[in-house]
Design a protein around this ligand. Structure first.
Ligand code: ADP
Length: 525
């Protein structure tokens, strides 16, 4: 029996609630053993810290079972935390924001309900991982591609709701979800847009509604549990080119980024690229001790050695071009010309037929062709091998050279001052904007180092906001701090979110505190 209790709930009431969950879902769908709960704990949170422990995990198998869970939670006052696959590593994994919450994990709801070849979309349940969807689309035999993030084990719905990204032209995942089914905190089932018609035929193809469109309400929020979604698929292109651009000098970053923006805006580069620092490149293949075992952040001469030995740039970009072969050739020549105007920069690329991408060996290229894999999980092992972990620190910024330099200097400088390495991936999410992801890497069994890593992120949240950058997503431990930065109009946006929260979830049971949105009873001001 769990000893972790949510705030304001007695052990007796929790026992009754867990019995109710067992009666509704079956005993094997309610996990309370410490050993079982370990799998659903933030894998990178220091073992000895217990701030985000769950009281239990429940695994419903149907919409009706989710509704039963919500009903019981309302009756007993139990906070719930929802995960689909629960692999949101770097941002808290499956751990809840409020200690003692019951995690509602939706892995058992993993059916691909439809693959529609005419309009190129699939309909998925929340537990469907990118591997599952890939398999289902391949099995269907239709010439369609999915878009995948770097690690394919997450869920399509969880990743998209959190504004996750992939690297095909369909890489802005939130924009590919169309037509949601949602259980509200009061247990009611809602279908968005044309899904609200009886038998609405345009549910997964027409994004708007008659009247306001509510889909956006359920992204990165605590207003509902998404139980189904349409996800748009990409027609298989005739040709795919996986490319690399190398920028040899740190000082050329602004020009590199400005060239990239023009090539995204005019459609020459069709996938969403990543610009990587040398440490990020090195951590895909090696761990830190291979390069350096001294104290403090990697010195510049070690960075130079990484560049020389791995033959990578001070900034290395992977990118992709998709389309008819003649157009791909034309665009590649243009991309090469544009980047190679930067002194010593170089561009290479490998072309594949659109129907042969499954056989591509390089995982960085596979991912840009929508083939899921787990190769870059190695990156978390930079310090301490299997004990390694990371926090994702990820402000959103305009895709301009000026912004890239401001963020590079802030992030690299702040980490170096705390003795931490700078592992950066600049990821455009539209032709006009990018997410400046840094993986703050540390040894999860080194308490002092883990503390330093989290403190560095918190300092960065505040410093980045002073420069005008807010996080696009954040670890549980600094969700409130990130939300605080969105302060225009004396936090008018937060008050808007709170009034919706109080209306939809008067008992405050659904994911209290997510993205800094607290129900009335738990608000401090
Ligand atoms: P992944 O699928 O990448 O493993 P998670 O399942 O951990 O991601 O989900 C990431 C976050 O997205 C969760 O912490 C939760 O806040 C939100 N989320 C996931 N699934 C749902 C869902 N079905 N409905 C509402 N929010 C969800």
């Amino acid at each position: 029996m769990t000893s972790v209790l949510p705030p304001e709930l007695s052990a007796d009431v929790l026992v009754v609630a867990l019995d109710d969950f067992r009666a509704a879902l079956g005993g094997d769908a309610v996990l309370t053993d410490d050993a079982e709960l370990q799998e659903f704990r933030d894998p990178y949170w220091f073992r000895g810290w217990d701030d985000y422990e769950a009281a239990a995990v429940v695994q419903p198998q149907s919409v009706e079972e989710i509704q039963a869970v919500v009903r019981i939670a309302n009756e007993r006052g139990v906070p719930l935390w929802v995960t689909s696959q629960g692999r949101n590593n770097g941002y808290g994994g499956s751990s809840p924001r409020v200690r003692g919450s019951v995690v509602v994990n939706l892995r058992r709801m993993n059916r691909v309900l439809d693959v529609d070849p005419k309009s190129a979309y699939a309909v998925v349940e929340p537990g469907v991982s990118f591997f599952d969807l890939y398999e289902a689309v391949r099995t269907s035999g239709h010439p369609l591609w999915i878009s995948v993030p770097d690690l394919g084990w997450g869920s399509v719905i969880g990743n998209s709701l959190e504004y996750g990204v992939g690297y095909t032209p369909y890489g802005e995942h939130a924009a590919t979800l169309c037509g949601l089914e949602v259980v509200l905190p009061n247990g009611e089932l809602v279908r968005t847009g044309p899904g609200a018609l009886e038998n609405g035929r345009a549910w997964h193809v027409y994004r708007r509604s008659y009247g306001p469109s509510f889909e956006g309400l359920f992204f990165q929020s605590n207003f509902g549990i998404v139980t189904k979604a349409g996800v748009w698929l990409m027609p298989q292109p005739e040709s795919f080119l996986g490319g690399w651009a190398y920028c040899r000098r740190d000082d050329d970053l602004p020009q590199f980024v400005d060239v990239l923006r023009t090539l995204l805006l005019d459609g020459s580069i069709t996938g969403y690229p990543q610009i990587l620092s040398p440490t990020a490149m090195a951590s895909v293949f090696t761990d830190r001790s291979h390069w350096y075992d001294g104290e403090g952040a990697l010195p510049d001469e070690v960075i130079e050695r990484i560049c020389a030995e791995m033959d990578v740039g001070r900034w290395t970009m992977r990118f992709a071009i998709h389309g008819d072969e003649a157009i791909v050739d034309h665009k590649f020549a243009k991309v090469k010309r544009a980047f190679e105007q930067i002194p010593d920069a170089s561009v290479v690329g490998t072309k594949y037929r659109g129907d042969e991408v499954d056989a591509i060996e390089n995982p960085a290229e596979r991912v840009q062709a929508g083939v899921p894999n787990l190769e870059i999980a190695q990156m978390a092992k930079w310090y301490g091998g299997e004990r390694g972990g990371h926090i994702g620190f990820s402000p959103a910024a305009p895709l301009t050279g000026e912004d890239a330099v401001r963020l590079r200097d802030l992030l690299r400088g702040t980490l170096a001052a705390r003795g931490l390495d700078y592992s950066a991936a600049l990821i455009p999410v539209t032709p006009r904007s990018y997410i400046n992801v840094i993986l703050v890497v540390f040894d999860t069994e080194d308490e002092a180092m883990t503390r330093i890593a989290f403190d560095a992120c918190k300092e960065l949240v505040a410093e980045a906001a002073k420069l005008g950058y807010g996080e696009y997503r954040a670890h549980l431990d600094f969700m409130d701090l990130c939300a605080d930065q969105y302060a225009f109009g004396d936090h008018a946006q937060r008050r808007l979110a709170e009034s919706i929260k109080d209306t939809l979830d008067p008992n405050g049971i659904l994911m209290p505190g997510k993205q800094g949105i607290w129900p009335r009873a738990l608000r401090t001001d």
